[in-house]
Design a binder for this molecule. Structure first.
Ligand code: NDP
Ligand code: OXD
Length: 313
């Protein structure tokens, strides 16, 4: 009988070739849900992102669950998720760096009027007077000032933008104004010319990007949602853009993914759509993260990235 821990991957089978080479180097028995045979009671650990609802509770001897992404809403959407089992989320500086790159790129594209200059080039027009707003007058507000929000905020601060972050607990980061809690939400949004959502999706944050919060933003603000589609009321965004209150939006995440071909978001002239690619977990790094996590669990240690079930992130 093997004493190696049994890890079950509950991911689309097409993803497995990216992961298996790295996981199979470890002292683990790795099973792929939907491909391999295994006994439910033999499974010690699970690696997944959006497991089928109701499935995890059928594993009676589970010791920990590892998320291959930073967000864990795909697990907690399962009403039967076994909350007594530690759920560990993926935190990786490289993932945060890539998220920050995405945010900086979309802020700069809008701030430096990239689309407008593309148009003037098409018309062979030397539009030198079409200047951007001053950087020092362009206020960036980051909703969710955690691992990724902080890194994005620091990068934008270093480019000279005034940056604020909104979180549950107040953050003190050099050169960045920290807002905290619902009471300070209106002051925070009221001073955000760019509103960037980097919140986890929880019962408290679902639908936070809505008509009411858009109305609090200064006129001509720009919204970037790079967190989860569930944060945004899509029809409210379209209405705020069509009324001329908001200048535009970049969306990487959607209520329904893949975004249906019939969605009006695809063709809206003020919306940039990308297919949930702001940052993709690197399988090699994430596999090592899981291998290390299992070693910690086997030693009886609590992982520092264990989700707090009472907060939902
Ligand atoms: P963290 O848990 O590190 O940060 C979350 C932040 O949100 C914290 O600052 C937290 O406050 C704040 N927050 C949570 N709930 C509330 C609330 N009710 N009111 C105010 N603030 C709140 O998460 P990460 O930065 O690692 O990731 C953020 C999200 O980014 C993920 O959950 C995921 O959805 C998304 N993501 C998207 C990717 C993509 O490709 N599009 C890739 C990776 C992540 P406090 O600090 O006080 O706890
Ligand atoms: C994540 C994601 O949460 O890729 O890591 O969305």
């Amino acid at each position: 009988m093997s004493t190696r821990p049994n890890l079950l991957m509950v991911v689309p089978i097409a993803w497995s070739p990216l992961w298996l080479p790295w996981l199979s180097e470890a002292n683990l028995n790795v099973f792929l849900h939907g491909r391999d045979e295994y006994k439910l009671e033999d499974i010690d650990y699970v690696l997944s992102f959006r497991p089928p609802p109701g499935f995890l509770k059928t594993l009676p001897n589970l010791k920990a669950i590892y998320s291959l992404g930073a967000g864990v809403d795909g697990f907690l959407a399962d009403p039967e998720f076994p909350k007594q089992i530690p759920l560990v989320r993926f935190v990786d500086p490289q993932l945060s760096t890539e998220m920050a790159q995405y945010v900086v790129m979309h802020v700069l594209l809008q701030h430096r009027r990239a689309k407008a200059f593309e148009e003037t080039q098409k018309q062979s027009k030397w539009a030198q007077m079409m200047l951007p707003r001053k950087t020092a007058d362009t206020r960036i507000g980051i909703l969710g000032f955690g691992e990724i929000g902080t890194m994005a905020g620091e990068r934008l601060r270093d480019l000279g933008f005034p940056v604020s972050g909104w979180s549950r607990s107040r953050k003190r980061v050099d050169g960045i104004k920290g807002y905290a809690g619902e009471d300070e939400f209106a002051a925070f949004t009221g001073s955000s010319d760019f509103l960037i959502c980097l919140l986890p999706l929880t019962d408290d944050t679902r639908g936070i990007l809505n008509a009411k919060s858009f109305a609090m933003l200064p006129k001509d603000s720009y919204v970037i949602n790079v967190a989860r589609g569930g944060h945004l009321i899509e029809n409210d965004l379209i209405a705020a853009l069509d009324s001329g209150h908001l200048a535009g939006a970049t969306l990487d995440v959607f209520q329904t993914e893949p975004l249906p071909e019939t969605s009006p978001l695809w063709k809206h002239p003020k919306i940039v759509v990308t297919p949930h690619i702001a940052a993709i977990s690197d399988p090699r790094v994430a596999a090592n993260f899981v291998i290390d996590g299992i070693a910690r669990a086997e030693r009886g240690e609590k992982h520092p990235n264990t989700v707090d079930m009472s907060r939902g992130y």
